[in-house]
Every structure is written in structure tokens, then in C-alpha cells.
Write a protein that binds this ligand. Structure first.
Ligand SMILES: *Cc1c(COP(=O)(O)O)cnc(C)c1O
Length: 472
């Protein structure tokens, strides 16, 4: 299996090259040269597999430069009950006939990002050791990505993490989770500023190519193909569990901002997994809902990007959308490049509404979409509690709200759970009048000693700090 760039100018790459590179050199995203097909007989044979074996089967179709036994060992090390909190790794929870939650947030940081990031940590450690290389991961977080990356990379040989976050702006739980890590390869940097300042600094530091090369700076953001591939596995798992109970058909509703989580569903469907519909749920920042309904992709400015109570979906543009659009335009790299290249933001986006293929293709790929508001979110958190005695987090609530508008009789609708409610306690309190329960293993977390460096919003200060640690 080889990988190509959506913009057509980065040659054919192997999996491990794509793992380390992240973004392709031509600015595009890596995609498999073609999607391997999984037929009905194979799918049936996978029905009885535990999650780690299912992961190994799916990954094997895409990874040809890691020996099978090594890849299996990596899957065995990753998807364990000790790391994911339960004997089953991505179980379905029935809410009512035809409506399910798929639990994806039982990992170390209580958000679905652990499902992919834990695998990425083990893949990176393996590949860096094989190449005798080191990597300094630099990232910016508003909460979920940073903690998932740190818990996946802590203690890993050859890896350091430098994670920027806006000082005092993450939830109390998120701050405690990240800053209490004592591993000496994990470096929390609190920036006196907002999330955008953090992101700007990361861009500026990574844009200094001499610095980047000298200090082996890398990223683990959501455009990394390996993260997407890890997420493909739980669509297979969810489908196999649900199709036993509701044989008429299975659909998914996925809360999404960057089009990462839902893009993995698209890949699964392209591989032949018989998903009826893939429903995208957005919050008030409805870039994706607008695009899927109208064909108009309108990138929002900073001022037009709202701060909502499902903050992990507060995005101005959807960094993974390019992969889907590449398929939508018939894998035409020149066309994709013309749509996404250069100053997409300054051009304001693009418009495919006049393209006769848009409506047809959007339908044949099974996509639907909807949006949810703060009031919907609170109402759905209350409703889910009252009907099923289940507390859901605000992002999952966006999913359930949109899912309810897209169910059909005798079909299973699976809503992907994106986080546990304790990560967003303030909104739960607003909805239910009380804070969600803290799982036992997190009791006392907020009292632990903290390790965090406070720096001004200045790229040079961050560079000096990295240089000091990376050479000591
Ligand atoms: C990251 C995240 C999302 C959005 O995921 P995408 O990859 O942008 O689709 C939604 N909810 C939570 C809780 C998240 O952490």
C-alpha cells in the first residue's frame, strides 16, 4: 500500500514515512492510493474478533512496511482493558430501540482522541527506535488534543512533547490532568494569551525550517493519516455490534469540527463497510453542515468563530475536509489543489453548488448533516438523563440532537461518544443543576503537584525554552 497527496505532488510514500511527515510537502493531505475493499465474508469472519485483533486486521490492509508480528504486538500493547478502562474497548450502549451510543471515551484522558493517540504513541516509539531518531512534538491545545497526546507519549523513548495551552483557559479538570504529569519527556507551556496565540506560535516555530530541522520538531495533529486510520477501526467494531441487533441497517452520527472523526467513517464506507448514512453534527460553528447541505465551503474569520459550550468543535475551517473533497471531485488532484491551495481563508472558501456532480456525489457518499445550539445541547443533556439515566457530554449531546432528526425505523443509529461529561462539568451543571460524577481513578487529581512553565505569547521565548531542554 502506498500513499499519495491530495494535491498530487509528493510522490508515493510508505505508511511510516506518512506517519512521521504528517502534512505532505506540497501542502496536501496523504490518502491511500486506493481504498482496500473488505467483502461480506471477511466482515463476517471479523465478527467474533476482540478489538485489538480487529485493529490488527484493518491496519494490516494499510501498513506494508511494518512486519505483521510487530504490528500485532503494537495493537496488543495499545488496546488493553488497563488503558481503556473496561474489558470491551468500544462497546455500544443502548439508549432505546434503534439508538445507541458507542463508548469511545474510557481511555486515559476521557475523550475519543485516546483511541487514535494511544496507537500513534506506540507506532512513533517503534519507528523512531528503528530509525535511531528522536522527535520533539510541538502542539497547541484548548484541552482534549494536548492531554491525549501527553498521555500517549509519556515515558516513550525518543519522544518529547512541548504542549502550549492558553493560561487559565482550560477547564479545571483538563488543567489538572495535563499539569500533574511528572514524566520528564512531557513539557507543559502555559502561554499568557488565548488559544489562537498558542497556535500562531506553533506555526511560527514550525515555519522556521532551520530551527525545525535542528531540533527535530514534529506534530501529531488531526491531519495525520495514522490517527485517521486508528479511528476507522471503531466504525467496523460499532457496525459489527449493531448489525447483530438491528439487521435492517446501520448509520452513524458523529459530532465533528475538523472533519477528522467523520472522515474515518467515510474511509470505512469506501472500504465496503455497509454504512447507510454518515450524519455530521456541528455546533453553532456550522461550517461543515453548510458545506454538506449547499456545496458552499465558507471559511470563518476569527471574529466569526463563536465560543460555544461544545468548545472542541469551535473551528473556523475543517482541516480534514480536503480528504473528502478529493474523493468528491473524483480524486482530481489538480482540482483539489486549486480549491485548497494558497490563501483559502482570504478567498473565503469555495463553492461547488453549481457542480452537477456535487449533489449526486454527496448523496452517493451517504452524508447528511445538522447543527445544534447551546439551548439544544442543554435540553438534550437533560432529556438523556431523564429518559435513560445517562449523563452525556456537550459534544455527544450535539450528536444525539442531530441523530434524532435522522433516525429511520428498524435501523440502528449509532452516536459516537466524544468525551465523558466530567471534562465539561460547568455545562453539565448548567443543564442538570449538579456536577457529573468524578470516576474513582481521578479522585485527588486536582490536589497533585503541577509541572508547567509560564511563557509570554512570543515565539522566540518558546524556541529558547525548547532549545534549552532539547540540548540538556
Ligand atoms: C476533538 C473533539 C471533537 C471534534 O473531532 P473532529 O476530529 O474535529 O471531528 C469533538 N468532541 C470532542 C470532545 C473532541 O475532543
Amino acid at each position: 500500500m502506498h500513499y499519495i497527496s491530495t494535491r498530487g505532488h509528493s510522490g508515493r510514500k510508505q505508511f511510516c514515512e506518512v506517519l512521521l511527515e504528517g502534512l505532505a510537502q506540497d501542502g496536501g493531505l496523504y490518502v491511500p492510493e486506493s481504498y482496500p475493499r473488505v467483502d461480506r465474508a471477511t466482515l463476517d469472519a471479523w465478527r467474533s474478533l476482540p478489538y485489538l485483533s480487529l485493529a490488527w486486521e484493518v491496519l494490516s490492509l494499510y501498513v506494508s512496511d511494518i512486519p505483521p508480528a510487530d504490528l500485532k504486538a503494537i495493537c496488543e500493547k495499545t488496546y488493553t482493558p488497563a488503558i481503556f478502562g473496561k474489558p470491551d474497548i468500544a462497546p455500544l450502549r443502548k439508549l432505546e430501540r434503534g439508538l445507541y451510543l458507542q463508548e469511545l471515551s474510557n481511555g486515559p484522558t476521557l475523550a475519543f482522541k485516546d483511541m487514535a493517540m494511544q496507537l500513534l504513541g506506540n507506532l512513533l516509539e517503534y519507528e523512531l527506535a528503528r530509525r535511531h531518531q528522536e522527535l520533539n512534538i510541538l502542539g497547541a491545545t484548548s484541552g482534549d488534543t494536548g492531554s491525549a497526546a501527553e498521555y500517549a507519549m509519556r515515558g516513550k523513548k525518543g519522544l518529547r512533547v512541548f504542549m502550549l495551552s492558553p493560561r487559565g483557559r482550560m477547564s479545571a479538570f483538563q488543567q489538572a490532568q495535563m499539569f500533574s504529569l511528572q514524566d520528564n519527556n512531557i513539557h507543559n507551556i502555559a502561554i499568557d494569551g488565548v488559544f489562537d496565540d498558542c497556535q500562531d506560535i506553533v506555526k511560527r516555530v514550525s515555519g522556521d525550517l532551520e530551527f525545525k530541522r535542528r531540533y527535530k520538531i514534529g506534530a501529531v495533529n488531526s491531519i495525520n493519516w495514522a490517527r485517521l486510520l486508528a479511528q476507522v477501526v471503531y466504525y467496523f467494531s460499532g457496525y459489527l455490534q449493531a448489525s447483530e441487533r438491528e439487521p435492517a441497517g446501520v448509520s452513524f452520527t458523529v459530532p465533528s469540527g475538523n472533519f477528522g472523526n467523520i472522515c474515518a467513517g467515510h474511509v470505512a464506507r469506501m472500504m465496503g463497510l455497509p454504512i447507510c448514512r454518515l450524519v455530521v453534527a456541528t455546533n453553532e460553528n456550522d461550517v461543515l453542515d453548510e458545506f454538506l447541505r449547499t456545496g458552499v465551503y465558507r471559511v470563518r474569520s476569527r471574529a466569526d468563530t463563536l465560543e460555544t459550550s461544545s468548545p472542541s468543535m469551535d473551528i473556523s475551517k475543517a482541516s480534514n475536509l480536503e480528504r473528502f473533497v478529493f474523493d468528491l471531485v473524483g480524486r482530481d488532484a489538480a482540482r483539489t489543489k486549486a480549491l485548497f491551495d494558497g490563501q483559502l481563508g482570504e478567498r473565503g472558501g469555495f463553492d461547488l453548488s453549481g457542480d452537477p456532480r456535487f449533489a449526486e456525489a454527496a448523496a452517493s457518499f451517504g452524508f447528511r448533516s445538522g447543527r445544534s445550539s447551546h439551548a439544544d445541547r442543554l435540553a438534550m443533556i437533560r432529556d438523556t438523563w431523564e429518559r435513560y439515566h445517562t449523563v452525556i457530554d456537550p459534544h455527544t449531546a450535539d450528536g444525539v440532537t442531530v441523530a434524532r432528526a435522522h433516525t429511520s425505523p428498524r435501523e440502528a443509529m449509532i452516536v459516537l461518544e466524544t468525551a465523558l461529561p466530567i471534562k465539561f462539568a460547568a455545562t453539565i451543571k448548567e443543564a442538570l443543576g449538579r456536577e457529573p460524577d468524578l470516576p474513582d481513578r481521578f479522585k485527588g487529581l486536582e490536589e497533585l503537584p503541577r509541572r508547567v512553565k509560564v511563557l509570554p505569547p512570543d515565539a522566540q521565548a518558546v524556541k529558547n525554552y525548547i532549545a534549552e531542554i532539547a540540548t540538556s
